[in-house]
Ligand binder design. Structure first.
Ligand code: G
Ligand code: G
Ligand code: G
Ligand code: MN
Ligand code: NA
Length: 255
């Protein structure tokens, strides 16, 4: 209850911020995009993890305003990076919850944010988890089609940890898959995990779906993923989530 009341005030009180975790291409070894992640610093509670407050924000209906704020902020920042480095192809990934997708007008909200920030739909990717399909799958299917029609790309996040993901890939317009970090962290120790990662990559090639490996923390993992021709990687080894200025510096450094 304390968190509920605090959350209701948080946007107005300017307590949210965002960080960006770079996503690297293994082909070029360069940053090709970033995932925007929300952060909440409450004056009394201190920093609260999104793992804890996102579900509360969903329950009390604050998630719509918060999600829209995060997407707008991220797109505006992407526009700055693109202006500073016009020669680079950069994309932004935004996490979106099932509750957000289910709201009437969600597709036009994305359209408005793209128009306001001048971002090409193709440069925005929404990350959904398999759990969004558990409730109102018909509505979700329509919204995903709408998002796709805008030209915005759709990624399945935390892939492999949910329920029967293959059915979703078969039926819904999925452009990208993010391999859950649990597989990456086990990959060097267990043949099975290595084989699962390899299979997801081969699925991606067969279906023309982009694959990002998440949670890359060690050099052996990175080398192995490169050997398997995993196109995109993300993780603490490459960079932790950082503020917008730091992304600008990282882009400057790779020129
Ligand atoms: O950034 P961190 O590892 O603390 O994120 C924890 C969880 O919170 C992850 O599952 C991540 O996807 C989720 N998350 C982070 N930012 C957002 C956001 O802006 N919207 C939603 N819906 N989830 C987010
Ligand atoms: O279509 P384009 O040339 O912009 O894409 C360049 C590469 O980046 C392609 O492999 C494409 O699939 C990938 N890509 C396009 N949009 C996104 C996005 O929003 N996020 C991520 N991570 N990759 C993207
Ligand atoms: O569920 P989602 O993939 O959106 O979660 C993203 C979260 O994963 C971010 O909060 C980020 O801090 C975390 N993360 C990113 N890279 C790594 C990593 O290499 N190791 C670990 N343990 N967490 C990571
Ligand atoms: Mn994510
Ligand atoms: Na993930």
């Amino acid at each position: 209850l304390v968190m509920q009341n605090a959350l209701k005030q948080a946007l107005a009180n300017d307590e949210f911020s965002v960080v960006y975790q770079p996503i690297y291409s293994t082909l070029t070894d360069e940053i090709c995009g970033a995932e925007v992640l929300v952060r909440w610093l409450h004056p009394v509670l201190g920093p609260v993890s999104p793992d804890r407050f996102i579900t509360v924000a969903e329950d009390i209906g604050v998630i719509h305003e918060l999600g829209s704020w995060v997407m707008h902020k991220g797109c505006a920042e992407l526009q700055r990076w693109k202006a500073a480095f016009p020669e680079l192809e950069l994309h932004l990934n935004v996490n979106v919850s099932g509750v957000e997708l289910n709201r009437t007008g969600y597709v036009s909200q994305i359209k408005d944010i793209l128009a306001q920030t001048g971002i090409d739909a193709h440069d925005l990717q929404v990350e959904i988890t398999e759990s969004v399909f558990l409730h109102q799958p018909e509505t979700i299917a329509q919204v995903l089609e709408g998002i796709r029609e805008l030209g915005v790309r759709i990624a399945l996040d935390d892939f492999g940890t949910g329920y029967s993901a293959l059915g979703y890939i078969d039926r819904y317009p999925i452009d990208a898959i993010k391999i859950d970090q649990s597989f990456v962290s086990r990959m060097m120790a267990y043949h099975r995990s290595d084989a699962i990662v390899r299979s997801i990559l081969s699925l991606g090639r067969a279906l023309n779906i982009d694959i990002t490996a998440e949670g890359v923390e060690t050099l052996p993992q990175l080398l192995r993923l490169r050997e398997m021709e995993c196109p995109f990687v993300q993780g603490f080894l490459l960079s932790r989530p950082v503020n917008a200025e730091k992304i600008m510096i990282l882009l400057q450094c790779q020129k």
